[in-house]
Ligand binder design. Structure first.
Ligand SMILES: [Zn+2]
Length: 108
């Protein structure tokens, strides 16, 4: 996307900017990526679900309404118990559903 706007911008500048966004809480690295050497980033918005293809590593956001409904069904008492047992404060819930796409996730 950046190349379309500024063909001269270096990849290092893109990644440095993404790291700055992460430092400011505007984006975050998606856990478990980078098997092919790449790093994936996501906007730091609402809690949402990712659908991750185990074959290709392709990641898309789940439809927001469905993701929200699934996340709402994670019992708060289990989160509370986890926090108590491990001594860990949960600030954000991320959930990746791993599988295979049966359709093109881009819809084309
Ligand atoms: Zn996402």
């Amino acid at each position: 996307m950046v190349k379309k706007l500024d063909d001269g911008m270096s990849l290092a500048t893109v990644y440095n900017t993404l790291e700055a966004f992460c430092g400011a809480g505007l984006a975050y690295k998606i856990a478990g990526c980078g098997g092919n050497g790449s790093t994936r980033y996501d906007a730091g918005g609402d809690d949402h679900l990712h659908l991750r293809c185990r074959k290709t590593g392709h990641i898309v956001d789940a439809p927001h309404d469905l993701g929200k409904r699934i996340l709402e069904h994670i019992p708060q008492e289990l989160i509370d118990e986890l926090q108590d047992r491990i001594g860990f404060t949960v600030n954000k819930v991320q959930l990746d559903l791993v599988g295979e796409f049966n359709k093109n996730p881009c819809g084309s």
